[in-house]
Design a protein around this ligand. Structure first.
Ligand SMILES: Nc1ncnc2c1ncn2[C@@H]1O[C@H](COP(=O)(O)OP(=O)(O)O)[C@@H](O)[C@H]1O
Ligand SMILES: [Mg+2]
Length: 277
């Protein structure tokens, strides 16, 4: 089974311009969420940001149906850095699509920041994705004809943030991932590791509740893998909630909590206190 392609509607076509309220640069980059406020914890604040209860997902094609998730229950707190690990075909990407509001469960419930998103319409889900989730994919998914900063500003354009502010925030996000000198470069003029850093900047620029990464180092060499994982660790230290999906134990090891998935079920999701490496 090849890796599932992310649906194109993660980064849909541009909307018209308008002038909404949007977070200031300070709110985006001097992240207000306090890390490690739980003594001895793993950086979570004890407030669940992701709550799945008995989530099932069935894919049907004609008379064939595959139950990709078979009753997943798990909770992730604000500020946690969690790795979801499992072999190929275990349901990781399916889980990511649900966590990222790219798809809805066949049954069971999913609450994001306390809000039930299991039964929302596609329009409502698109709004949630844009406002609350930052995505990083294995294949970067950058637009090849656009410069780094143009790629990074895209989610802000969907959110109808004014043009000048978009550029300023995109460039600040690129500086944050160490690409302040590369803002005008196109993806083809950047290394794989740099392209993935652009994708991380794009994931951050909207100040999402959760950064979701599906095999983000799958196409990278060892050095770039370390850079990208270092970036996720930085985000975690800054109080950001990060969910990293991988089949590689060395990659999962950077997270402070590991959730194991096999055959569509969570086989091991120890409480935060017990799961520290
Ligand atoms: N769109 C789909 N239609 C039918 N079956 C699918 C689809 N996506 C995934 N599956 C099946 O669901 C199971 C889990 O797949 P996936 O979530 O991609 O696993 P992983 O990301 O862990 O490799 C596999 O058996 C896969 O073949
Ligand atoms: Mg996958």
């Amino acid at each position: 089974m090849p890796e599932a392609e992310p649906p194109t509607h993660v980064f849909p076509v541009l909307p018209h311009e308008s002038s909404p309220a949007s977070p200031s640069l300070d709110e985006v980059f001097e992240h207000s969420r306090t890390p490690d406020s739980v003594p001895g914890g793993t950086g979570g604040r004890g407030r669940p940001i992701i709550e799945l209860a008995d989530v099932r997902k069935v894919y049907s094609a004609g008379s064939l149906s595959v139950e990709a998730l078979r009753g997943v229950t798990l909770s992730i707190d604000e500020g946690e850095f969690v790795a979801i690990i499992g072999p190929s075909g275990s349901g990781k990407s399916t889980l990511m699509h649900i966590l990222g509001c790219l798809d809805t469960p066949s049954s069971g419930s999913f609450h994001l920041s306390g809000e039930d998103v299991s039964h929302m319409s596609e329009t409502e889900l698109a709004h949630i994705r844009n406002q609350r989730i930052g995505f990083v994919f294995q294949g970067f998914h950058l637009l090849s004809t656009m410069s780094a900063w143009r790629n990074v500003e895209l989610p802000l354009a969907y959110a109808a943030v004014p043009r000048a502010e978009r550029r300023e925030r995109a460039i600040a996000a690129l500086r944050r991932v160490g690409l302040g000198e590369r803002v005008e470069h196109r993806p083809g003029e950047l290394s794989g590791g740099q392209q993935q850093r652009v994708a991380v900047a794009r994931a951050l620029v909207t100040d999402p509740d959760v950064v979701l990464a599906d095999e983000p180092t799958g196409n990278l060499d060892t050095t770039s893998t370390e850079e990208i994982l270092g970036l996720f660790s930085d985000l975690h230290r800054a109080g950001r909630t990060v969910v990293l999906i991988t089949h590689e134990p060395e990659v999962a090891a950077v997270a402070s909590r590991i959730i194991r998935v096999r055959d569509g079920q969570v086989t091991e999701a120890p409480p935060r206190e017990l799961s520290r490496a």
